[in-house]
Design a protein around this ligand. Structure first.
Ligand code: BTN
Length: 295
């Protein structure tokens, strides 16, 4: 069941209250691409909920947040686990008409928007580096380890709904997860910024930042320059698993004008549109050059 955020004050729930507070703010009135968020109770996936809204004619810019998501989906067929504790995870989906320009860069724009929302919440004394693991995982590289820990992930699904070509853009953000709730390669916002994060403050940063990031699709060159600056994958020796194509091992050397990751292997440089990146094991050594594995 969905309800307008502005009507949600009576509803119990961390995200209902946060959304109502945001809906009443000046920042909400200034959104250009996105609408004030709708909040639903427990759902399997906000992506499915948003698809139903799109079928009912919801406009581009519709935003839906779940108090609790029980069967979240991740990229490339993976699942996405939210915490059962209220407010510990944020599951949000955005409905967008496929933009005339820059559709392939939506994941990059959204990743950048999340980073730019979180940047001002950080204590400057904290040395962790916040960045983007290609294509759009928001990660933290902590001082104690060179392996990035994932803070947020984005799933972009393109579909025909009621004769419209739309994008369902889902964002999952770990807000306040306990270590035992998630694998070692994950982190959460509270740990990253060094204190509890007020959900209303988070939405007050996140929604305007996503709105501004979507505006940037009209200037892809500057969008990609900003993305490259924050992409922690560049320069790393990686393994990239590609759906329906051989796995590649090589050095990530750049991001091309279409947002594809460029991998330099011993056979040359290959642009990759879709895939899952892992760090290559150090014993392979950077000097060996790349190789193509058959998956
Ligand atoms: C990934 O890193 O693999 C992407 C994770 C995306 C999770 C979000 S949570 C909100 C939305 N609803 C879903 O079912 N998935 C996305």
């Amino acid at each position: 069941m969905t309800q307008r955020a502005g009507d949600a004050i009576a509803a119990e729930g961390v995200w209902s209250r946060a959304a109502a507070s945001f809906a009443a703010s000046e920042a909400a009135a200034e959104l250009r691409q996105l609408s004030r968020p709708l909040v639903c109770a427990a759902v399997a996936s906000t992506q499915d909920e948003l698809r139903s809204l799109a079928r009912e004619g919801a406009p581009s810019g519709t935003v839906i947040i779940a108090e609790r998501q029980t069967q979240g989906r991740g990229r490339i067929g993976r699942s996405w686990q939210d915490s059962e504790r209220p407010g510990a995870s944020l599951a949000v989906s955005l409905l967008l008409d496929v933009p005339v320009r820059g559709a392939p860069l939506v994941p990059h724009a959204v990743g950048l928007g999340v980073l730019e929302a979180i940047d001002p919440l950080r204590e400057t004394a904290r040395l962790e580096q916040l960045g983007l693991k290609w294509p759009n995982d928001v990660v933290v590289v902590e001082r104690s380890s060179s392996t990035p820990r994932k803070l947020a992930g984005t799933l972009v699904e393109r579909e025909q709904v009621g004769g419209r070509d739309v994008l369902l853009v889902g964002l999952g953000l770990n807000v306040d997860r306990r270590d035992e709730e998630q694998p070692d390669d994950r982190t959460c916002l509270a740990r990253t910024v060094g204190r509890d994060v007020d959900p209303a403050l988070l939405l007050a940063h996140l929604l305007p930042a996503l709105d501004a990031a979507l505006d940037r699709l009209s200037t892809p060159v500057t969008l990609l320059d900003a993305y490259r600056e924050r992409c922690v994958t560049i320069g790393r020796r990686i393994i990239i698993e590609r759906p329906g194509a051989p796995t590649l091992v090589g050095v990530a050397t750049g991001i091309d004008a279409h947002g594809r990751l460029e991998i330099t292997t011993k056979d040359g440089t290959v642009p990759v549109l879709t895939g899952t990146v892992r760090d290559a094991s150090p014993e392979r050594g950077p000097e060996r050059g790349g190789e193509e594995l058959r998956s």
